[in-house]
Ligand binder design. Structure first.
Ligand code: AMP
Ligand code: MG
Length: 487
């Protein structure tokens, strides 16, 4: 299908103007295509060749709108690092419209980095190439890992200068999601005392994204409960895959339980609950191991914003299931990764393994992948795994318990290994891999490494032996990579 034939629906833009401002993207000079996701193009039924057409590149650069697009920037607020900020909003993202695909699914299309909006505060409304590459690669990699996320269709670059610590160049990411509504989209109206705006937004989100609740006499408590359950599941997935978001402010929390707003994120290399991916997060508020608790805290802020629609007691009981839901989802995922049944043996084996990994600073992804080949027969040394540990005796003691548990589960080592390889990725977007792709793009205008990484990470569970080096531990220089919010 051609880009010009996309059908637009624009449900969000039909809401009253309390929720957004009509805006126009600010054009950039001489835009060019940096990369695109064939999988994301397919979501819109677009022919792959479309993306290289100059008219399409101009549109994704924000230089021209198509008939049917209704460009807006959404209003929201949020708790940033624990403090309420009453006015945020899409400061550099512009929603072009909502595409309805042939299967009837709606995909909102947003340009991140399309210029200033009424919510830009002091910012320039732009995104740089470096952070755009990270967001593009990570959204698509997360999707391939099975983690709910916003998607990325393409990156458009321009030589337009953008000033951060140094001069860089501008880029725009075309993001796709069923909806970009955040916890903070509700908070803004709660703190302004605008109850009808809270209700109307809740009705909109329920009607479109939680349609199974529409028939309930009082759908709001169940809506809040569903958001809590989706958030619990998302946190379980982040912890299981070793993903650290970096800026879990309530304005970055999706009402659909999607991973949203990729900034200073990072995947674990060595397993470390205290891992802080965001260089600016000096207190470690959003450290890897804190994420499940932060999810709970953020839900209390959403619950508070919905209190005008229900009693305080109802709101707190709607999110009360979160800890159990998280625990259940996390255990299920981790047990599958360890090839264990979710019986009483599993939790101590898993927790003790994680503790050993942390003490020995063992690479999380490499350990889990090698575990798929674990030999549970008596006397097996499991050298490839054992070699990852400094404290070999501690590993041996754990491995003996693990082997006994596997033997008790019965035979089927081959099937177990195969099942484990489907949940333990070989390839993740390590910071140094993104960094290599970024340097080549920024210094040499060579985008082939982005393409190669995208294709590799689209199949993270497949062996792809020709790419073994991409599964290795980070090189020494990677320690110096610093990522922060200034993107
Ligand atoms: P973030 O921490 O990236 O989620 O951003 C927090 C808020 O700052 C959001 O409202 C963003 O839209 C806004 N923002 C971030 N960077 C810029 C920028 N360069 N120009 C304008 N607004 C920005
Ligand atoms: Mg944000």
């Amino acid at each position: 299908m051609k880009f010009e034939s996309l059908t637009f629906d624009n449900g969000f833009a039909r809401l009253p103007e309390a929720y957004y401002s009509r805006v126009c993207p600010t054009p950039v000079p001489d835009p060019y295509l940096v990369c695109y996701s064939p999988e994301a193009l397919a979501l819109l039924d677009l022919d792959e060749r479309e993306i290289t057409r100059p008219e399409v590149i101009e549109t994704l650069a924000g230089n021209r709108l198509l008939p049917g697009m209704d460009a807006i920037a959404a209003l929201y607020a949020g708790h940033q690092f624990g403090h309420y900020v009453p006015q945020l909003g899409d400061g550099r993202a512009i929603l072009l419209g909502e595409v309805k695909n042939a299967a009837g699914a709606g995909w909102e299309m947003q340009l991140k980095g399309a210029g200033r909006t009424p919510y830009s505060r002091g910012g320039d409304g732009r995104a740089v190439l470096r952070s755009s590459i990270r967001e593009f690669l990570c959204s698509e990699a997360m999707h391939a890992l099975g983690v709910p996320t916003t998607r990325a269709l393409a990156i458009i670059g321009s030589d337009h200068p953008v000033y951060r610590e140094d001069e860089e160049t501008a880029a725009l990411v075309t993001r796709l999601a069923p909806s970009f509504v955040r916890f903070g989209s509700f908070e803004v109206f709660y703190y302004r005392n605008q109850v009808e705006s809270i209700r109307h937004l809740a009705d909109y989100v329920i009607a479109r994204y939680y349609p199974e609740l529409k028939g309930l006499a009082d759908p709001y408590p169940e809506f809040l409960r569903q958001v809590a359950l989706r958030t619990a599941d998302l946190m379980a997935q982040w912890q299981a895959v070793g993903f650290s978001h970096g800026v879990m402010n309530t304005d970055n929390m999706s009402i659909l339980g999607l991973t949203l707003d990729y900034g200073p994120f990072g995947f674990l290399d060595a397993f470390d609950p205290d891992y802080i991916c965001n260089h600016s997060d000096t207190g470690g508020r959003y450290a890897f191991g804190q994420q499940p608790d932060v999810g709970a805290w953020n839900l209390t802020k959403l619950a508070q914003a919905l209190v005008p629609l229900m009693s305080v007691e109802t709101a707190s009981s709607a999110i009360a299931e979160y800890p159990q839901a998280f625990g259940r989802a996390y255990l299920e995922r981790m047990a599958a990764k360890f090839g264990l049944a979710t019986g009483s043996d599993a939790p101590p084996l898993i927790m003790d393994a994680l503790q050993l990994l942390a003490q020995n600073r063992v690479d999380y992804t490499i350990f889990m992948r090698r575990l798929c080949d674990f030999d549970s027969s008596a006397g097996a040394g499991n050298a490839p795994l054992r070699d990852l540990f400094l404290d070999r005796a501690a590993f041996d003691a754990w491995a003996a318990r693990y082997a006994a548990a596997l033997r008790q589960q019965g035979p089927g080592a081959a099937e177990r290994g195969a099942a484990m390889r489907r949940v333990n990725p070989k390839y993740i977007l390590r910071n140094h891999l993104a960094e290599i792709a970024i340097r080549r793009a920024a210094d040499e205008r060579d985008y082939s490494e982005i393409k190669r990484l995208h294709a590799l990470l689209a199949r993270p569970f497949d062996e792809q032996p020709e790419c073994d080096s991409y599964a290795a531990e980070p090189p020494e220089w990677a320690r110096k990579i610093e990522v922060s919010c200034s993107s």
